[in-house]
Ligand binder design. Structure first.
Ligand SMILES: Cc1ncc(Cc2c([C@H](C)O)sc(CCOP(=O)(O)OP(=O)(O)O)c2C)c(N)n1
Ligand SMILES: [Mg+2]
Length: 544
């Protein structure tokens, strides 16, 4: 019989993991030895556990499998909490594998190093931010526990937690037998589909709104085909930006409420039926709606449930629902007056000696994509994410709902580890948190392109509270630092320099490229300016 560590690694691979991100410690040294020597999954070690979580999260978002984060007990695992919380909020299936004391240590009578309150405090904390957990302390039950927990991660598209006591690594165990996926009840599915198609047939201005779950469950192509068949316009949410990036004929744009393209906003807010597929009903997606979500005109298929009006169908996997809708839907032409809009994205930046504004970065990137092809993107929180709304609809992983800083660069490293070459958008404040992880690129031959919005400011906070001087950050000259951590940095202050530096970055391979864009404090992207105006008027309406 194989050792439990091999059983676990093989099960992770068989359930869709493609790589492991982690930082070892004495409670997981034996496991890391097996990871490195078995080569069942490639492993990427980073410098700080928050980055491990962000990288595993983003890798899962891009390859559609499971993200895996392996950390030591206590100090390592607690460092991981925020990025796993963000993965939970944004429905990303990260498998946390945390080391733990062995059986004899637990009853040694000593307080153990890395222990917080009790030996089980770590498990208690992760119960709050994962959908399933197991402690692998018994080789007889461990394979079944692993099968159950990994199926939960895939079915719920949420993080899970496996605690691996360090005395269990070499214990023999049976291989994991994957559990069959739980499908929808066919009668319930039929009834649900008939009700949805009936609502669509009676609607005069139906619209589809999609969000991140359609990628998590791998149904983007099937939804594009359904939208074409039903002749329905389709928009993404703010968080869902970059979805259906291969279906330009289907996606009208991104719904941003009062801050968005008025024609796209009207598509959603004037609709008499809003079919929401995989949507997270969050404030960042809908806070600027001029019209609150109304159950009477809304169908919400998310989290394995379908809510129609005020009733709910449970245990309804999104993939089953989409397949059944496609099977039973009869083709209908898009009404002439609702010929699909297509958002226009700014192009043709004049490469002159003018200073750079955030929206110029979007224009320069659109031009670069036209010349060299679109790149997968990651973005951090800050004006860089709002600027990303002005970049053509390319694949994007960003904390658009959880809104935790520090995601952008480690997420880009995670995406690069899957074999893609990402474009990373990050502000100076967020870069100060996790940007240094770029120093790990050389070891793994990764060469992402990083566009750093350096306004020497926590600008997103300044737009809401301009009087506070704590928003003034110092200028760290990030481009100068790039060389010492294995990359090439260029600091640009004019639009001509920006265009040239991006060209050099695209051509440069084998090293990360950091384009540090100097921006004035107080100047934001057009999209963020509209968001702030929308939030302020919404706040005045509520106060009034
Ligand atoms: C981990 C973490 N800490 C704090 C915040 C609050 C916060 C923002 C959100 C509102 O919560 S936006 C922002 C400033 C971002 O600065 P920078 O990266 O330079 O981007 P920009 O200058 O474009 O704003 C902070 C501190 C956060 N979202 N996440
Ligand atoms: Mg900033």
């Amino acid at each position: 019989m194989p050792a439990l560590a091999h059983v676990l690694l093989a099960a992770l691979r068989d359930h869709g993991a493609r790589e492991i991100f982690g930082i070892p410690g004495d409670f997981v040294l034996p496991l890391f030895k097996v990871i490195e020597e078995s080569r069942i999954l490639p492993a990427v070690t980073l410098s700080h556990e928050p980055a491990v979580g962000f990288a595993a999260d983003a890798a899962a978002r891009y390859h559609g499998g499971l993200g895996v984060a392996v950390v030591t007990y206590g100090a390592g695992a607690f460092n991981l909490v925020n990025s796993v919380a963000g993965a939970y909020a944004e429905r990303s299936p990260v498998v946390v594998i945390a080391g733990a004391p062995g059986a004899r240590e637990r009853v040694s009578g000593f307080l153990l190093h890395h222990q917080a309150r009790t030996v089980d405090t770590q498990l208690a904390v992760f119960k709050e931010i994962t959908c399933d957990q197991a402690v692998l302390s018994d080789p007889a039950t461990a394979p079944a526990q692993i099968a159950r927990v990994l199926r939960s991660a895939k079915e719920m598209s949420l993080p899970v937690y496996l605690e691996f006591p360090r005395d269990m690594v070499d214990v023999e165990a049976e291989p994991v037998v994957p559990l069959p996926p739980r499908r929808a009840d066919q009668d319930a599915l039929g009834e649900c589909v008939e009700e949805i198609l009936g609502r669509i047939a009676r609607a005069e201005r139906p619209v589809i709104v999609v969000d991140v779950e359609i990628r998590r469950y791998g149904v983007e192509d099937r939804i594009a085909a359904l939208a074409r068949k039903l002749g329905l316009p389709l928009v993404t949410t703010f968080m869902g930006r970059g979805l259906l990036d291969q279906a330009d004929d289907v996606v009208a744009g991104t719904y941003l409420g009062a801050a968005g393209n008025p024609a796209i906003t009207a598509l959603v807010e004037d609709a008499d039926l809003v079919l929401m597929l995989g949507v997270i009903l969050s404030d960042t997606n809908f806070a600027l709606s001029n019209r609150a979500p109304d159950p009477r005109r809304m169908i919400l298929a998310a989290s394995r449930e379908v809510q129609i009006g005020h009733h709910v169908y449970r245990d309804m996997p999104l993939g089953d629902l989409i397949d059944a809708l496609d099977d039973r839907a009869t083709p209908r032409a898009a009404p002439a007056d609702r010929v699909r809009q297509r958002s226009a994205y700014p192009r043709g930046l004049v490469a002159d000696s003018n200073p750079i504004a955030p929206s110029d970065i979007a224009t320069a990137i659109n031009d670069m994509f036209d010349r060299h092809g679109r790149m997968p993107m990651t973005a951090d929180i800050g004006d860089c994410l709002f600027t990303a709304m002005e970049i053509d609809n390319t694949a994007l992983a960003a904390p658009g709902y959880y809104a935790g800083m520090g995601f952008g660069v480690p997420a880009g490293i995670g995406v690069a580890a899957t074999g893609l070459r990402p474009l990373i958008l990050v502000g100076d404040g967020a870069f100060q948190m996790t940007g240094w992880e770029l120093g790990n690129c050389r070891r793994y031959g990764l060469d992402p392109i990083v566009v750093l919005f350096n306004n020497c400011s926590w600008e997103m906070l300044r737009v809401f509270q301009p009087e506070s001087r704590f928003n003034d950050l110092d200028d760290w000259h990030y481009a100068d630092i790039a060389k010492s951590i294995g990359g090439v940095g260029e600091r640009v202050t004019t639009r001509a320099e920006l265009v040239a530096a991006l060209e050099r970055a695209v051509e440069r391979r084998g090293q990360f490229s950091l384009v540090e864009v100097m921006l004035p404090r107080g100047k934001t992207s057009d999209t963020l300016a509209r968001f702030v105006a929308g939030f302020k008027s919404a706040r005045e309406r509520m106060a009034g």
